[in-house]
Design a protein around this ligand. Sequence first.
Ligand code: C5P
Length: 236
Amino acid sequence: MADTPANAVPVVTIDGPGGAGKGTIAGLLAERLGWHLLDSGALYRLVALDATSRAIPLEAEAELARIAASLDVRFDARSGEGLVWLGNRDVTQAIRTEACGQGASVVAALPAVRTALVQRQRDFRQLPGLVADGRDMATVIFPDAGLKVFLTASVEERARRRHKQLKDKGIDVSLAALSRDMAERDRRDSERSVAPLRPGQGARILDTTGMTIPEVVDLMSRWASETFPDASPRRA
Ligand code: C5P
């Protein structure tokens, strides 16, 4: 239905600090609903990765905005894991390192970089619906989303989860260093002047400390079916 206006496409936004489980929850919820998925953090990570590999300083706003505007990225959802390609390079693993996450949070504080990525993110809004994961999904990118969730958890729990996630991938980092980096990234994301991390208007705050992933996904898919009773899943 090419003539469906974008604002008629249902959107669930999931915002919150790092390690709150947004990525995992967003992926599972999109799968459960049969909707599209936007991992907006991956875009900032890609800008940081691309700049670093071309030896461009992460403060060079104009150059970074040019990179953001012309990112040759492809998200391959059919692969199950969700492969990410930059040009013909598989960067699925490369963008997940802590260093890349820190770099992403530095470039994400640059207004020109954020502006360059706005339309690219809105283009993900396609039928039958979109689950959008990030920091400013409800406040800036999709302020009219029907369901807005702000996922959070204590910093200790978030650091523990991220530690386990990295360990499962064979990446070894100390829990203390991770906690410290996470607190620093939270501070930078919350205090920046452009699109700071905060719940959108009307967002439901969900503290997932002590909740399992299936519990969170069940609760959110119940909220989604209450909010969008007529939405239909994507055809395979
Ligand atoms: O979610 P993820 O850890 O992949 O995000 C990496 C960084 O990208 C965040 O720390 C944040 O600074 C930035 N980001 C953002 N806005 C988004 C998504 C991510 O500023 N919508």
